[in-house]
Design a protein around this ligand. Sequence first.
Ligand code: AFP
Length: 322
Amino acid sequence: MKTLDAFLAESAVEPSLNDVIRRIATCCEAINQQLQRGELAGILGSAGADNVQGETQKKLDVIANDMLKEALQACPQVRGIASEEEDEVVAANLKGQYLVTYDPLDGSSNIDINSMVGTIFSVLKGQGDGPVSEQEFLQPGRDQAAAGYVLYGPSTMLVFSTGDGVSMFTFDPATNDWIQTVERVALAPDTKEFAINMSNQRFWAEPMQNYVADLLQGSDGPRGKNFNMRWVAAMVADVHRILCRGGLFSYPWDSRKPDQAGKLRLMYEANPMGMLVEQAGGEAWTDSGRILDIQPEKIHQRVPVILGSSEEVKCCVEYHQR
Ligand code: AFP
């Protein structure tokens, strides 16, 4: 049973990158404490403001964002940060080597019903020591130095990759240690489970409608097998389930907002989850190509997402390529 500190000490990764990951983990322990107290800490409900995405912020979105911002600004290795809850990129320590992007509390609509939420992060290499600009963050996901998430569920888990597989750690509240509980995640290539918000079905593009229609026909249709469906409405929880037992996750383009590529954010959700899924042996696509190959154009960019078990993702992508 290896602790996170022992794991990082033994890893071949630069100590500076390990420091960034350790600080994120420590900050997430504090976020976890707030979540555990819930109503008792007076942190549930709306913050009464919208973020730059036009979404209503929860109090915990703001609290978690501020906690991570403070922790990362105090980290000498971090040059700049970008958050789903910040309008613009934020400078940290200009001599730092890394940039961090994060979604401080993914699935925040779950907070008030005491259901699963998470923190997602991505670490990129900084590009110099001048003023930090948005441009510097606009690197394709394949260049991420590390990516991961913390899942606040029945137990609290840290899952991350520095480019050599995916490790899972479980937080032990008795010792305040993160203990490695899965050494190298291997995502099953085939699955009988999918995750998508079915209530949006009539708004999807034709290929996605056709793909899901065939899944729903089960053993009577062209797929020849029955599929199960799950949707937690927190990408962290849905991706975690897929890393554990396989599956396909999608948040596709939707005709209600035709100018918006999708709901999920490239830099805070799709890229880090794409790296984890690929590192575990899965595939991560938009409707037209590999997520990690997208050249970002702006920090809050949105993308359609199809990721998970490799054979199932390939099958879904084929419907789009026909
Ligand atoms: P919030 O963090 O704003 O609740 O959004 C979560 C999320 O971005 C992603 O984690 C979920 O998969 C997706 O939205 C759920 O969206 P729907 O509520 O439209 O199903």
